[in-house]
Design a protein around this ligand. Structure first.
Ligand code: CP3
Length: 343
């Protein structure tokens, strides 16, 4: 049996519009909390293929989504390039020693050496693919070079991005050398994920909205495009999803060798359709906080079905699901999207 999710990524007709949710394996599921407690902490869970496989599969069984996404984190790449990573409760991810100089960048492990250290990711993908039913897709992923580099330079999440932006305006050569090095690792990383069983790959550019337009294309989108072209040339049968979060004003200049454009919740789907819908399948984009109310879910799913009635759509949230969402409401969103989009 074919995978309707993969067909939908290529814009082929499907019996209904497939659906998954960003961050679908996570703290809103009591079953996830149980496995995480067993692992001890979040990074241990990422490093343990049997447990990571179990939580990857949970949303398939519990919520009924059409695709599983590898359980891991975007920050395992910088971690394996040699940066000490910690997830601190209430604060999120922290790198103890953020990068400051060209020497710091040169000291990082690069290329295939760094990608080869992520064996636990490839082992998890192999295990999931062997247990996931044939008609469901397995999504591999990476952070974009820009989003990863932001964490590597700031050391943690940021509201102003002032440290990394200072670098862009005062020492762009250093920034480009870091971005090239990270992009190189990502190319090998995605290739190895595909070889291990990923059916689709998504590039998360969570911090896209931090940059003014010319700098966005120079420091982020061009690197994402380069990665996509590299993967497409080698694996034309593997759909690529690009998710640059929060750039509705830049859509006119979006192009590249990929299949699906992930629309975030701040971008009206009708606008994305007008600008990109004839060239790319669109994924998204329910505002995640609508999951707090069934009425709000229904209103959005109906409206997305109307806007995207010609197809070329994959249902998703416009960003990750939040930890205090009721599982029942997540199930409602998924089943309603599948039901109302039936053709
Ligand atoms: O989507 C999935 O279900 C797959 C797993 C996944 C995680 N992180 C698990 C995770 C994916 C795809 C990510 C990507 C990720 N990680 C992004 C890009 C997507 C986005 O949301 O924009 C970013 C920016 C990160 C960095 C990161 N990791 C942050 C900021 C945090 C803390 C936020 C929080 O909710 O505490 C994490 C930790 C993290 N990654 C958790 C999970 C399930 C929470 C850890 C836990 O407490 O169990």
């Amino acid at each position: 049996m074919g995978k309707i999710f993969v067909d939908a990524c290529f814009g082929k007709p499907t019996p209904y519009t497939p659906v998954w949710m960003m961050r679908q394996a996570g703290r809103y599921l009591p079953e996830y909390m149980k496995v995480r407690a067993e692992a001890g902490n979040f990074l241990n869970l990422c490093h343990n293929p049997a447990l990571a496989c179990e939580v990857t599969l949970q949303p398939i069984d519990i919520v009924g989504v059409d695709a599983a996404i590898l359980f891991s984190d975007i920050l395992v790449i910088p971690h394996e390039m040699g940066m000490d990573l910690d997830f601190i409760k209430g604060e999120g991810p922290v790198f103890a020693k953020p990068l400051k100089t060209q020497e710091d960048v040169d000291t990082l492990l690069g290329g295939i050496e760094a990608a080869s250290k992520l064996t636990y990711v490839y082992d998890t993908l192999k295990l999931v693919r062997s247990q996931l039913s044939e008609d469901k897709a397995l999504i591999g992923f990476t952070g974009s070079p820009w989003t990863l580099a932001t964490y590597m330079i700031e050391g943690h999440g940021t509201k102003t991005y002032s440290v990394v932006k200072k670098l862009i305006y005062t020492n762009p050569a250093l920034m480009h050398s870091l971005l090239s090095k990270v992009a190189e690792v990502i190319k090998y990383y995605l290739e190895m994920q595909i070889e291990a069983g990923a059916d689709v790959v998504q590039i998360f550019d969570s911090w896209a909205a931090a940059l003014e337009k010319p700098k966005y294309f120079e420091f982020s989108w061009n690197y994402m495009k380069e990665i996509a072209s590299h993967i497409k040339a080698k694996y034309p049968h593997i759909p690529i999803i690009m998710f640059p979060k929060g750039i509705p004003a830049f859509l006119d200049d979006i192009d590249g060798d990929f299949d699906v454009f992930g629309v975030d919740w701040s971008t009206p789907m009708a606008l994305a359709k007008e600008k990109l819908g004839d060239r790319y399948v669109l994924q998204g984009n329910m505002e995640p906080c609508r999951l707090y109310s069934k009425e709000a879910i229904k209103e959005c799913v109906s409206s997305l079905c109307e806007t995207m009635k010609d197809g070329r759509h994959i249902f998703n949230l416009g960003h990750g699901i939040l930890p205090d969402v009721a599982v029942e409401n997540a199930k409602y969103f998924v089943s309603l999207a599948q039901e109302l989009s039936k053709r």
